[in-house]
Each structure stands twice: as C-alpha cells, then as structure tokens.
Design a protein around this ligand. Structure first.
Ligand code: SF4
Length: 258
C-alpha cells in the first residue's frame, strides 16, 4: 500500500535504493484543466491519498490504490523519454503525502522542466513548484453512506475532518504561483467557496485575486459534464471567477491514461 489505513505515507520497500514513489501511471497527454489546459505535458500520477472524495476521478490512487514503487531516478528517466514535453504534472492521489515528491520536483527542476503540482491543499511541502494547482475539497465531496463507492460511509468523518487545512492552503498560496480550482456540483457549493476564500485570504500574505479562482464542473464522463458544464460556467460569470473545462473528458471521455 502507498499509504496506511489512515492515509499517511508508508516507506518504500527496502530493495529500492534511494527516494522512491508509488506510481500509478506515467503518461504523455494534454493538460486538461486549469490555466495550462491544452499544454502537452508528462503526467506522473502517484498513488495514495489522505482523502476519499466520492467522485474521485483517480479511483485507483485513493479508494483502491494500485501502483509500482519507482525510484525517483527511474521516474525522471521516463519523463525524459518524452522528448517533446517541457511541462510535467505531478498528480495523484495526493502527491504531497509523499516526502519523495520533493526529491522528484528538485530533480525535474534541475532538468529545466516546468512543474505543476496538483494537490488537494491539505499538505504543504517546500519544493521547486512552478504552479501549485490547488483543489480544496468542498462538503459536497464527502463520501456519505449514500454516496460511498465502496462501503457505508466509513471514511466520511475522517474525510470531513481533513478536507480543509487553512494553514496549508495559506502556505501554498504564499509560496507558489497558484490557482485554486474547485470541483463544483451546483449552485449550492458557491457559499462554501466564498467562505473558504475569505478564510484563506485572511490567513495568507499573498493576494488571492478572483481570476486565480477557477470553477470546474463535476463529471467524469461527457454525459455527466453535459449536466454541469453550463450551470458552472454561469456561476463563474456571475461571480467573476474563472472557469476551467475538463478538456481530457471532452476529448477522450473517461479513457485511462489521458
Ligand atoms: S483529493 Fe483528489 S485524489 Fe484524493 S480522493 Fe479526492 S479527488 Fe481523489
């Protein structure tokens, strides 16, 4: 397992020398979300998460984690093999549960890559990050018994307790060029977004302008997005926030490795 039953990182197996990460997949694709949407990028998807959103679109990194342990040097070799890419997206799961993510980011920076870290914003680590793509999880993400994909809501309390850490969010905002990306299921999410933004703005030193706040429709398939896309776009317009598509779903629906 990449994390223990509490969602905390575990050590790599002894047979791997040096820093290593549990890697679910690496692949070359277009960044699908956020202000770099459309940018050819190599994705490194670590396994293991400290949360359990019911709608998780990387189920095999959270609810049922699958992975191979890879030394950081080997991961960098895989990235280098994609010669056309100069952007790398470190995603998960929650990549920042793993201390070795810092080593990977340092090595990628040494090789001159632009790095985006996609994080749920509950953990801060000091690392060379060009864009922190922070996606705080709203109450609508909680795996209540009715929405739990695997059980009867066993993770609901833990998820609810952990999903927001204002100090970690403020550190991410203060230290990194950032975007705050909210998965929106409907208009009922907006009040919580605004309340959270007020708390983060009060805790952070750096400004958090509305244009760095991106609303993203919930939906892992084209059919699901058809139901949320327009509503969320209207909400973004009304409130002066940005809107981010889910380009990879529009292009490839729910195919893995995209
Ligand atoms: S934080 Fe991200 S990876 Fe973790 S369960 Fe939620 S959607 Fe999945």
């Amino acid at each position: 397992m990449p994390v223990n039953a509490d969602g905390d990182a575990v050590d790599a197996p002894e047979e791997i020398d040096g820093p290593a990460l549990p890697v679910n997949e690496t692949f070359y694709s277009l960044q699908g979300e956020g202000r770099l949407a459309g940018t050819p990028s190599v994705f490194v998807r670590t396994s293991g998460c400290n949360l359990r959103c019911w709608f998780c679109d990387s189920y095999h990194t959270s609810w049922e984690p699958t992975h191979a342990w890879m030394g950081v040097d080997r991961i960098v070799e895989e990235v280098l093999a994609h010669e056309r890419a100069d952007h790398v997206v470190l995603t998960g799961g929650e990549p920042l549960v793993h201390e070795a993510s810092v080593t990977l980011l340092e090595s990628l920076a040494d090789h001159g890559y632009h790095t985006t870290v996609e994080t749920n914003g509950t953990i801060y680590r000091d690392a060379p990050v060009d864009l922190a793509s922070v996606s705080p999880k709203l109450a609508s993400s909680t795996p209540t018994p009715e929405r739990d994909p695997t059980g009867d809501g066993e993770w609901a309390d833990r998820h609810e307790r952990r999903r927001i850490d204002v100090d970690a969010l403020a550190s991410l905002v203060d230290q990194y060029d950032h975007q705050l990306k909210f998965v929106v299921t409907g208009p009922e999410d907006v009040a919580e977004i605004e309340e959270l933004l007020a708390r983060v703005r009060a805790a952070a030193t750096a400004p958090v302008p509305d244009e760095t706040v991106l609303l993203m429709p919930e939906g892992q398939t084209r059919d699901a997005l058809d139901e949320t896309r327009e509503v969320v776009a209207e909400l973004a317009l009304e409130r002066g926030y940005g809107y981010t598509p889910r380009l990879h779903v529009d292009l490839w629906n729910d195919a893995p490795g995209t």
